[in-house]
Design a protein around this ligand. Structure first.
Ligand code: FES
Length: 159
């Protein structure tokens, strides 16, 4: 499976660069994790260990912060990450039907990555654009007023 990952030495180097950028301040742990998530694709056990060493924060604490936030991945992800809004306003606007169609179209379940490494499917709470529900994000793109028949065209835009 193709996943967004980096060689070991790159992981250490990237962690060091980002931790240094934030001066290894413990109160900057969340921004550090978010930036590393962006750069590395996910926070691997190797990255966790290095962050812990560099910031003098126990690994268990780094992991619990990383796993708490939906936008930070603790597992390898596909080339494109879909976040589907599961909050009530989107749900009542037809979200359930679209959500089922997304899973069927991509042949994956929530929190799974497709066998070809292209897609990772996640749910998220409200994205702040409830007026155009149902809503999903594909990478940084937001799609609203979704219906099941729009999905093939949307997914076809991503390689
Ligand atoms: S409930 Fe879905 S964007 Fe707000």
């Amino acid at each position: 499976m193709t996943v967004t990952t980096k060689e070991s030495r790159d992981v250490i180097k990237t962690v060091d660069e980002v931790v240094d950028e934030f001066h290894a301040r413990s109160e900057e742990l969340i921004p550090i994790l978010m930036k590393l998530n962006q750069e590395l694709g996910f926070i691997s056990s190797e990255a966790l260990e290095r962050i812990s060493t560099r910031m003098h924060i126990p690994q268990s604490q780094v992991y619990s912060v990383a796993s708490f936030y939906h936008m930070i991945n603790t597992k390898p992800t596909g080339r494109h990450v879909i976040k589907f809004c599961e909050s009530a306003p989107c749900h009542v606007a037809g979200g359930r039907e679209v959500w089922e169609a997304v899973q069927k179209e991509l042949e994956i379940k929530p929190e799974e990555t497709s066998k070809d490494g292209k897609w990772t499917l996640k749910t998220t709470s409200c994205l702040g654009v409830c007026a155009v529900g149902p809503v999903m994000m594909v990478d940084d793109d937001i799609y609203g007023n979704l219906t099941p028949d729009q999905l093939p065209d949307i997914f076809a835009k991503y390689q």
